[in-house]
Design a protein around this ligand. Structure first.
Ligand code: ADP
Ligand code: MG
Ligand code: MG
Ligand code: MG
Ligand code: MG
Length: 646
């Protein structure tokens, strides 16, 4: 999403009436775009990260921490430089769902030189410092996946109160003022998702049962103004949440890569798909929601339920009458089909789509796999439409296509080139939770980018049946999944890819030969005589490359962090947070994250992220990268002569 221009959102009724209009034109726009760009070749590796941050306001006298609702003002300051000279800024800033959130990316994407891995962390650090300069006293910017007391009384600065009977979300807990006010998109999405569904969204996270947690754990929601809807939706022994903001108000870490052509993009899309649950488990950072300790470590289900606009018919609770399809998943979830020939026979989940749209795509000479992918995205209705965007030139514009594409929030995103731009076919990797420090975030980003290089160089194959990836997504969110769970993973990843088969093999027995349960440690670090491990493969890839000493050192620090997280030698953010709470003197072992615990946790996190204190449990003792602001000219020249890394 670029710099947002203001627009006039249509009402839900108007948007609903235009659902087919958006779909019809969106499909035509994709077909036109595909015809223009299908043969585009020769793009080079470019890539970039997206980090989402929250603004926190500390009151050090009262010892409370609240989210600061000033993101809109802060963004105006942060975007001044970009408005003046968009080409020369070192960072780009975008709004996010929360009125307390911002998203930062590097000013320009990185390229194929290995030396670029040495400037990622410095750029992240620069971004943090840049935000810090735009803040008021007491305010800080933090990369925390979920604000622990989001939706508790008095969690915002300035104070606000929820309005269960009016407004966009009707939440018992989240006031509409917590939604980004600078652009109508966010409130419109909130209202339309609720209206499309026909009720508020429902999120139920199992509570972490501690020794003094009431059993059963049931909250009095009537006392908060519930008219009965929430009390009915809330499950016993669960932390109940009722608004889009609980999910979209979480922060994540995303990565986008440019491929040399559409086929390489399909390969990367497929090959990274089985990595999504593994990376979710490894980056787990959000055990705390709505002031409670929960029994899950990740945000994924929260965010998936928080934008689940499916009606009761679509969810299969009542027979289909007004809607077309039963839809098994929310529009925010893991992907449902592979896109490359290697993936085809592992598409074992029945894919829902409108046959007419599929045929239209096929008639335009789009192959089966891509046609069913697009047709599946287009089972969704538009949930946000602006007057100015209704009528478009389908030869030139892609807004209707993007409208549906950008509200299918999935683990991976297949991104076609934007119209009239030098940008090629790209793939986005979206599962990771954001980490406390720039060091960790840079480590994750560099690990995933290096993995893509190893995948392409060695023609690695990670593909397993999609149904097994779905199962892994469930496991990945469990408490301490990184150490406690096993994940289905492909046994032999180094064999050359098999030729495409016409029919799915996954209903026969030979497909189950392909994968086996493994721990994250085995997947990342290897299993003697059985599985090489992703980091050893990356190291083998790197050993054939010329790399300067500083970059080498930085990359090794990053890989070590990933290895030690996978082996349990270092804690995940989620497990560290749990331990912090368990040992807090005020914690009553009742699963409650009090104001004081919240304050102490966030001040501690702030000290860690600024480097004021060390945190060996999370980061180890001597992990210091050699990151620097720019690539020294000599290194750049040497690498360019010796060939890029891809
Ligand atoms: P979105 O929010 O739609 O996912 P953003 O524009 O916020 O996309 O971020 C996309 C990321 O892609 C940024 O890190 C940016 O640096 C990076 N990027 C920009 N141009 C390219 C490109 N040509 N190839 C790959 N990545 C790119
Ligand atoms: Mg973005
Ligand atoms: Mg976004
Ligand atoms: Mg974002
Ligand atoms: Mg993104």
């Amino acid at each position: 999403m670029g710099l947002l221009t203001e627009g006039s959102p249509l009402s839900w009724e108007e948007t609903k009436d235009l659902a087919d209009h958006v779909r019809q034109h969106g499909v035509v726009q994709f077909i036109n775009l595909y015809k223009r760009l299908r043969d585009r070749q020769g793009d080079v590796l470019k890539w970039g990260d997206e980090v989402e941050y929250i603004l926190v306001k500390f009151d050090h006298e009262k010892k409370v921490a609240r989210v600061s609702l000033r993101a809109s003002e802060v963004l105006n300051i942060l975007q001044e430089k970009e408005v003046k000279s968009p080409q020369s800024v070192k960072s780009l800033w975008r709004p996010e769902y929360g009125a307390y959130m911002i998203e930062g990316t590097p000013g320009k994407p990185y390229g194929g030189l290995l030396a670029h891995f040495n400037i990622v962390e410095a750029n992240m650090k620069y971004r943090r410092e840049e935000v810090a300069r735009s803040l008021n006293p007491g305010e800080v910017v933090m990369s925390v996946t979920s604000f622990p007391r989001l939706g508790c009384r008095d969690f915002t600065d300035p104070p606000t109160v929820p309005t269960p009977e009016s407004g966009a979300s009707r939440s018992l807990f989240l006031p509409d003022e917590a939604i980004f006010p600078g652009h109508p998109r966010f409130k419109t999405l909130t209202r339309n998702i609720r209206q499309r569904r026909g009720s508020k969204v429902v999120i139920n996270l199992p509570i972490f049962k501690d020794k003094n947690t009431p059993s059963p754990f049931i909250e009095n929601l009537r006392a908060l103004g519930d008219d009965g809807e929430s009390s009915k939706a809330a499950l016993p022994n669960h932390v109940y949440m009722d608004a889009m903001g609980f999910g979209m108000g979480c922060c994540c870490l995303q990565l986008t890569f440019q491929a040399c052509n559409i086929n390489e993009a399909r390969t990367l899309y497929d090959q990274l798909t089985p990595l999504c649950p593994i990376m979710l488990a490894l980056t787990a950072a959000s055990p705390l929601h709505r002031g409670y300790v929960t029994d899950v470590d990740c945000r994924w289900n929260v965010i998936s339920c928080s934008v689940d606009c499916r009606t009761r018919e679509e969810r299969g609770e009542v027979p289909l009458k007004h809607n077309k399809f039963r839809i098994p998943k929310s529009r925010y979830d893991s992907i449902d089909s592979y896109l490359s020939p290697q993936g085809e026979k592992y598409n074992d989940v029945p894919l829902i789509y409108d046959m007419a749209i599929y045929e239209q795509l096929r008639d335009a000479d789009i192959d089966h796999l891509l046609a069913q992918h697009i047709a599946h995205l287009f089972i969704r209705d538009s949930v946000s439409l602006f007057t100015e965007k209704v009528d478009q030139d389908d030869e030139q514009d892609t807004d209707h296509f993007e409208n549906i594409q950008s509200t299918n929030w999935q683990t991976m995103r297949f991104k076609p080139p934007p119209p009239n731009s030098p940008i090629g076919w790209r793939v986005e990797f979206r599962p990771c939770e954001v980490q406390i420090t720039d060091f960790e975030n840079a480590a994750i980003v560099c690990f995933v980018v290096l993995l893509t290089r190893a995948i392409l160089s060695y023609q690695l194959n990670f593909i397993i049946p999609i149904s097994k990836v779905d199962e892994n997504m469930k496991r990945a969110q469990k408490r301490d999944a990184v150490l406690q769970e096993e994940f289905y993973f492909r046994k032999d990843i180094t064999t050359c890819v098999s030729p495409p088969a016409a029919t799915s093999c996954c209903h026969t027995s030979d497909c189950s030969d392909v994968y086996t349960p493994m721990t994250v440690d085995q997947i990342i670090n290897g299993k003697p005589n059985e599985f090489p491990g992703l980091i050893p493969l990356i190291n083998s890839y790197l050993s054939g490359m010329d790399v300067d000493a500083d970059t080498h050192c930085t990359i090794q620090q990053y890989l070590k962090l990933i290895q030690r997280r996978a082996s349990g030698d270092l804690q995940t953010t989620a497990s560290w947070m749990r331990q912090f709470i368990q040992s807090h003197p005020e914690y009553k072992h009742d699963s409650v994250v009090s104001e004081r615990i919240n304050y102490d946790l966030l001040t501690q996190i702030h000290r860690i992220q600024t480097g004021e204190i060390s945190c060996p449990e999370l980061l180890g003792t001597c992990l210091q990268s050699k990151t620097q602001e720019s690539i020294p000219a000599a290194v750049q020249k040497a690498e360019a002569i010796n060939g890029e890394c891809c």
